[in-house]
Design a binder for this molecule. Structure first.
Ligand SMILES: Nc1ncnc2c1ncn2[C@@H]1O[C@H](COP(=O)(O)OP(=O)(O)OP(=O)(O)O)[C@@H](O)[C@H]1O
Length: 815
């Protein structure tokens, strides 16, 4: 990784004293020792080789051409953390002896003047190095004085300031200053960000954060990031944005004395600095909330702009002139093309982020996104003159000279076309022609992504989250409802998301489950935005909630406690399967996915497994003795559903006819004969009686817990012993043995439930799931067999029908 490669060599180095260079070596050695396992791990990652050579890198300059601000990024010594009230809970301040203090001073000086290799400063013009060092030293002194003032209690004698300062001096982010945040300290983030990290209790950065932050925040690189679902990608691009905005503020504050009001333009307020684009509204709102929550102490405005939002609210939000906007392509383009004042100031952008980038290049988003990208000013080409011509922006002259950073993230970037190969080879080069490039590359290039972008691909061959247990149930298409009901009622622990491909299937399932007394929330793209958000809130609020959703919920939704994902219908692509499954097993938790596979799905499922390099997958354990009862309930539910649907359809038709007639001021007359009306009435009555009867029968069944067919209250073994029950028996026997050993007497035992009840799917899968080889050929053969059986049955039926018809004809002919 570029961020961990040897430090850059800077001019003017020879002028440093020997003691400084010795201490520098020690400092580097100390850092390397601590980073050694990290380096080893990172070196072994596939993307490492594709990173550009550090020496060939353009040094990142925040204010190109401005001698005063050369170096752009701040060293931590320039940031006075005491001003930010940094108070990391549980962190202990380390007070060391004088000797180590002086060494630490030298190390810090050296880092400020020479760069540490973890952040890159633009090289000053020849002869300016010393001047710059002097300036930095002065700033350091100023900062030290401030610290002394902050820590000095009112009644303390003046000579106590120095000693207090000496103690405080150890506070900046030394690797060992806050042991519990050691890994974060390595990333050298602004004290306010550290404060947020500690507030949220994020003990360590996730691998994608560890890999992206140095490159994006300290080297100013563009980043293409791929890592498993739930791995913290939002903060991997969010933290570098916050870091740069904070650094600019500090820089401007430090310059205030020298340059007065002019300094403020280096940390401009009220202009758009970051535009984050996500494919769905829910994701945009979630990313906004995540960044807002993180940026509580930072005073950076983060605002969502999504479809379905009322015009007034949108206007109100944009009036606050937020620095960060998170939005969906459709609404953003609508506003930009309409000339919305805050949004058209795209020249002030310092960050352009495509979250779930691979989804956005698909139909439905691509055109709008492309249009937005086409409006982005050229990062290197925008001259000052051009920029000055842009209206409504007072900060153009300073901002246009900055480099805009582009971040492209997704869990499945590596799955798309031959992108993975290109990621690995690092062949993302700017070409004149777009031939041979896929859409992500084209968009990335058009968005101004540099050829030396840091490419961080942390996805493994299977792409799926590592804590995810996958499984499947083979069943007939018409039995999918029954198995879904089985999973939800027998293993209803934790939150579950059921994914469908079509809205029709979603409606069917939610209706059936509702009749069966299972409360579900639904989420699909045709719902009103308010209803969509309500559904998510309801799901979030229920510890054992069930959400039936289409793929609109597949990407990015981060709801804690989702234990199970059910693929009721298989998705159309491997990417969607990864994202759907990724709603569980997020961050450090685990979870399981269950795919319901009908004979028609089997070949598709086998090819999915192949794309994830999976040779085998677990079959979800089923207790077949429950199925007769499940089927009985389901049959009743289906009949009830059919009657209710017919009724409501009739009502809808009737009211439509009446409404239409009313609007045309016509009178609807009933031309049915008396006989027909009586017949209709009788039919309705019969159907209503039948419906009532079915409902009564079902509610009688639902009032009892679901039991295996041969369940006996006394001997719960008659249903046959499954692996799970076997396992439970063994555990029970062990437990009883232990109890007897301890007490030595027979106590009255508690009632013990044996079976699958209340065992969450993951647990059932772990204790009884059987690995099945995913042989594509075998699956395809099975499907062919099933098809040929169906065909034979159909032909047989047809033959019998023809036979009957012929007989009838012959009989009629004889007469
Ligand atoms: N360093 C960290 N330590 C612990 N938890 C973290 C850390 N960073 C992020 N998280 C949490 O991990 C969860 C997943 O993060 P996030 O939504 O950013 O994942 P993601 O990689 O974008 O997932 P997806 O690909 O599904 O969109 C969030 O709840 C977030 O708060």
């Amino acid at each position: 990784m570029a961020a961990l490669s040897p430090p850059q060599q800077h001019e003017g180095k020879e002028s440093e004293s020997v003691s400084v260079s010795v201490s520098k070596k020690k400092s580097q050695k100390r850092k390397r020792t601590k980073l050694a396992p990290e380096l080893e791990r990172l070196d072994s990652l596939p993307w490492n080789s594709s990173l550009p050579n550090e020496e060939e890198d353009e040094a990142f300059s925040l204010f190109i051409g401005s001698g005063d601000l050369d170096g752009g990024f701040l060293s931590l010594e320039e940031i006075d953390e005491s001003e930010y009230g940094l108070d990391v809970p549980g962190a202990k301040k380390k007070i060391s002896n004088k000797k180590s203090k002086s060494k630490s001073k030298k190390q810090k000086l050296e880092e400020v003047t020479e760069g540490s290799g973890e952040y890159v400063e633009a090289e000053p013009a020849e002869g300016m190095a010393e001047e710059k060092n002097e300036k930095v030293k002065k700033k350091k002194k100023k900062s030290k004085k401030k610290k002394a003032k902050v820590v000095q209690p009112e009644d303390e004698p003046a000579n106590a300031i120095d000693s207090k300062y000496d103690e405080e001096e150890e506070l900046p982010y030394e690797d060992d200053a806050y042991p519990e945040f050691y890994e974060w300290n390595e990333l050298r983030l602004h004290p306010l960000l550290m404060k947020s990290i500690s507030r949220l209790g994020f003990k360590d950065p996730t691998p994608i954060q560890r890999a992206c932050i140095p490159a994006a925040a300290h080297q100013g690189k563009d980043v293409i990031g791929a890592a498993e679902t739930g791995s913290g990608k939002t903060l991997a691009f969010g933290l570098p944005i916050f870091q740069r905005l904070l650094e600019e503020r500090v820089k401007a504050a430090n310059m205030l004395e020298e340059k007065g009001e002019e300094a403020e333009k280096y940390a401009p307020k009220g202009v758009l600095r970051a535009l984050i684009i996500t494919p769905t509204r829910e994701l945009a709102l979630q990313v906004t909330d995540h960044l807002k929550e993180f940026g509580k102490d930072i005073n950076v405005r983060v605002v969502p702009i999504v479809g379905g939002m009322s015009a007034e609210k949108q206007e109100r939000l944009l009036k606050t002139r937020p620095e960060i906007i998170v939005g969906t392509p459709g609404r953003l383009w609508e506003l930009i093309s309409g000339g919305e004042k805050h949004l058209v100031e795209l020249h002030s952008l310092s960050f352009f982020v495509l979250d779930e980038a691979d989804r956005m290049v698909e139909a439905g988003h691509f055109r709008e996104l492309q249009s937005i990208i086409e409006l982005l000013p050229m990062t290197s080409g925008a001259t000052e003159g051009q920029a000055q011509n842009t209206q409504n922006c007072v900060t153009v002259s300073s901002l246009s000279r900055k480099k805009r950073q582009t971040f492209v993230f997704s869990a499945t970037l590596a799955l798309s076309a031959d992108f993975r190969k290109k990621l690995k080879r690092g062949t993302l080069k700017s070409k004149q022609s777009t031939e041979g490039l896929n859409s992500i590359e084209i968009l990335s290039e058009r968005a101004g992504m540099k050829p030396n972008a840091a490419i961080v691909d942390l996805t493994n061959a299977s792409i799926l989250a590592k804590n995810l247990e996958e499984s499947f149930i083979e069943c007939r298409e018409e039995d999918k409802d029954a198995y879904l009901y089985y999973i939800l009622s027998i293993h209803g622990e934790g939150r579950t998301i059921v994914f469908c491909t079509s809205i029709a299937a979603l409606r069917h399932i939610s209706s059936i489950l509702c009749i069966l007394g299972i409360n579900v929330s639904t989420l699909h793209a045709q719902m009103q935005q308010r209803a969509r958000l309500k559904a998510i809130d309801r799901f979030r609020a229920n510890e054992h909630g069930i959400l039936v959703a289409t793929d609109v919920a597949a990407r990015g939704l981060d709801i804690p406690g989702v234990r199970t994902v059910v693929h009721y219908q298989l998705p159309h692509s491997a990417e969607v399967y990864v994202h759907r499954s990724g709603r569980t097993a997020r961050a450090s938790s685990d979870g399981c996915s269950i795919a319901l596979i009908s004979p028609n799905d089997s070949a598709k499922f086998a090819s999915l497994c192949k794309s994830f390099a999976k040779e085998s997958i677990k079959r979800f354990p089923l207790e077949s003795s429950y199925m007769p009862e499940v089927m009985k309930r389901l049959s009743l539910a289906r009949q009830i559903d059919k009657i209710s649907r017919k009724d409501s359809q009739e009502r809808a038709n009737k009211s439509w006819l009446e409404r239409s007639a009313e609007s045309l001021e016509l009178v609807v007359e009933n031309y049915d004969s008396e006989e027909e009306r009586v017949k209709n009435f009788k039919q309705k009555k019969a159907s209503s009686v039948h419906l009532k009867k079915l409902q009564q029968e079902l509610s009688g069944l639902l009032s009892q817990p679901l039991r295996p067919k041969t369940f006996s209250h006394r001997y719960p073994t008659a249903a046959g012993v499954t692996h799970l029950i076997q396992h439970q028996f063994e555990e029970l026997a062990k437990q009883n043995g232990d109890d007897n050993l301890v007490s030595g007497e027979n106590k009255r035992r508690k009632m013990v439930v044996i079976g699958q009840d209340c065992v969450e799917p993951l647990q059932a899968l772990r204790s009884a799931g059987r690995e099945v080889l995913m042989d594509g050929k075998d699956m395809a053969q099975k499907r062919r067999n099933a098809e040929s059986l169906r065909r034979k049955r159909k032909e047989e039926k047809k033959r019998l029908r023809d036979q009957r018809r012929n007989k009838k004809k012959q009989f009629e002919g004889r007469q």
